[in-house]
Ligand binder design. Sequence first.
Ligand SMILES: NC(=O)c1ccc[n+]([C@@H]2O[C@H](COP(=O)([O-])OP(=O)(O)OC[C@H]3O[C@@H](n4cnc5c(N)ncnc54)[C@H](OP(=O)(O)O)[C@@H]3O)[C@@H](O)[C@H]2O)c1
Length: 339
Amino acid sequence: MLYPTELRAHVGTPRRSLILPRYTARAVGDTETGTRPDARYVLIGATGQLGFDLARTFELPGTLLTPPRSELDILDARRMGETLRALRPTHVLNTAAWNAVDAAEDEPRRAFALNAEAVGTLAEACQALGTTLVHFSTDYVFDGAKGAPYTEDDAPNPLGAYGVSKLAGERLARERCGSALVIRVSGLFGVARSAGKDGTNFVETMLRLAREGRPLRVVADQVLGPSYTLDVARAVWRVIASGHTGLCHVTSGGETSWHDFAHEIFRLEGLTPSLTAVSSDEYGARAKRPPYSVLAHRRLGALGIAEPRAWGVALAAYLAERRALNAPARPGSGRRTSG
Ligand SMILES: NC(=O)c1ccc[n+]([C@@H]2O[C@H](COP(=O)([O-])OP(=O)(O)OC[C@H]3O[C@@H](n4cnc5c(N)ncnc54)[C@H](OP(=O)(O)O)[C@@H]3O)[C@@H](O)[C@H]2O)c1
């Protein structure tokens, strides 16, 4: 795994300075079921928040390929097909998404193009190549009416354009690629920060606003499972190694509201900004969001894969990691090791 001194070279301002090796070959050794030494994993979106952590936690037998968007743009069907044929993947992991939830209400066509139509085309290409498609989706496919953690068997009913487009993507992935694995995640925070959310994430936004001394209003009536992409990524590789297809929920453990999430960020960082709990109606976001979108880990349990650690512990680890990244480098402190 990459450790802070190497990461500092990849992560920072602007976020797009993050550069991964395009073709990363790792040692082989067939230690897990469902994996082969000659497996070839093409990761789409390795510069993104989840993609970056998938790349740095890759430890399965085989080869990880991380083509940049300039070489593999899923909105360009012809080139995408050519590139995939040339790369000969056994698995394609697609983290590319339009995940600007409010903007999707104003530009649903663009959200659908990336979150649904392109996924359908990608799934067809994977099916033609005999490749497993691993696609990522969201807790926002649910309406929140259940009020208890959603299992993979619960019926989705998205409330906004983003959720509708992601649900369409899930369905196209599974209809058009027989071996598709769709992994739902939620409330991501990771050191690469989200490309689709202006290079930030909720934790970074809260810390920035607090540093600017702004009074903060955060919704208290939406409960979710905030998730550290480093932990999600490790669990995702285990799910892939299991050979499971269909749906699987992978999030950090536990649940909280956005307001209490913010409160914990500030507590852990020793900050005391003015923080007010507001309702979703008072906040008035463009898109309607589920009041409760916690994902249960039933499938992970059935596969014998431990659920990622609780979100609060994961948040503390994330804050420590970003502090290490921001700390001045000590000569000779860099190392590469397995993690
Ligand atoms: N962020 C969240 O809180 C959250 C919550 C629930 C579910 N999810 C889902 O989790 C997945 C990962 O989210 P994330 O936050 O890690 O995403 P992200 O940070 O926005 O990263 C998206 C990645 O996809 C790439 N990309 C965008 N358009 C592309 C295209 N047309 N062709 C190829 N690559 C393209 C981006 O490349 P560039 O660097 O070139 O832009 C970036 O590397 C998504 O499916 C998202 O819907 C996210």
